[in-house]
Design a protein. Structure first.
Length: 90
């Protein structure tokens, strides 16, 4: 086992946790949007609740893309660590 495995795995656990929570939040916002007529602004705000939900969903989608990129980086780091380990064994 490489000395990088444990910290990389710990980081990956956090990333997976954030991804799960992100999906949960997206699901909650979609359910809220479907449940209520959120296209109507009754408070005179600059944006309707539906627009706010759309903005949150867009931000969460962007976050998921970054988390996917972090997963890819994790894979690259693990592969590099494995190569280093194998090189030292030779």
């Amino acid at each position: 086992m490489s000395t990088l495995d444990e910290p990389v795995n710990q980081l990956y656990d956090v990333i997976l946790s954030v991804q799960r929570r992100t999906v949960d939040i997206e699901r909650e916002y979609r359910a809220l949007a479907n449940r209520d007529d959120l296209a109507v602004d009754t408070l005179g705000a600059e944006t309707t609740p539906a627009e706010c939900i759309a903005q949150v969903t867009e931000a969460l989608t962007a976050m998921r893309r970054y988390l996917d990129a972090a997963e890819d980086a994790r894979t690259v780091a693990k592969n590099a660590a494995a190569r280093l380990f194998l090189d030292r064994q030779q």
